[in-house]
Ligand binder design. Structure first.
Ligand code: FES
Length: 117
């Protein structure tokens, strides 16, 4: 019989919500993962994998428009809530849950078996 230890997801405190600039990405690193955190014009938070599925463009350096971010390298358009690359391109990035508690932004990093986009 084989025993498996499941790595549980964990909420990590990152930055102050008020200090996050609107429509400007912030790179967050935890446990070898890199996340691009965005505060949209609506005030809503979105967090996605920080590397473009095309050729590893840094998504935190992308241009935000509404609920999309454009990769800074070759302009692929990614829907922030779903992580889906918009047509005519294809692919996806992981998305991360966020929450605000006591003015601090938390990101949920999933367990090792939940990492696919
Ligand atoms: S690396 Fe993002 S579109 Fe090419």
């Amino acid at each position: 019989m084989e025993a498996f230890t499941k790595q549980k997801s964990v909420w990590i405190r990152t930055v102050s919500y008020e200090e996050l600039a609107v429509n400007t990405g912030k790179t967050i690193r935890y446990r070898g993962e890199e996340v691009a955190l965005f505060k949209l014009g609506s005030g809503k938070l979105q967090a996605i994998q920080n590397r473009c599925p095309h050729k590893d463009g840094v998504m935190a350096e992308g241009i935000v428009c509404g609920e999309h971010v454009f990769c800074p390298l070759h302009d692929r358009k990614i829907h922030l809530p779903s992580g889906i690359v918009q047509a005519p391109d294809t692919g996806c990035v992981k998305t991360y849950a966020t929450k605000v508690e006591d003015g601090q932004v938390y990101i949920e990093f999933p367990g090792a078996d939940e990492l696919a986009c």
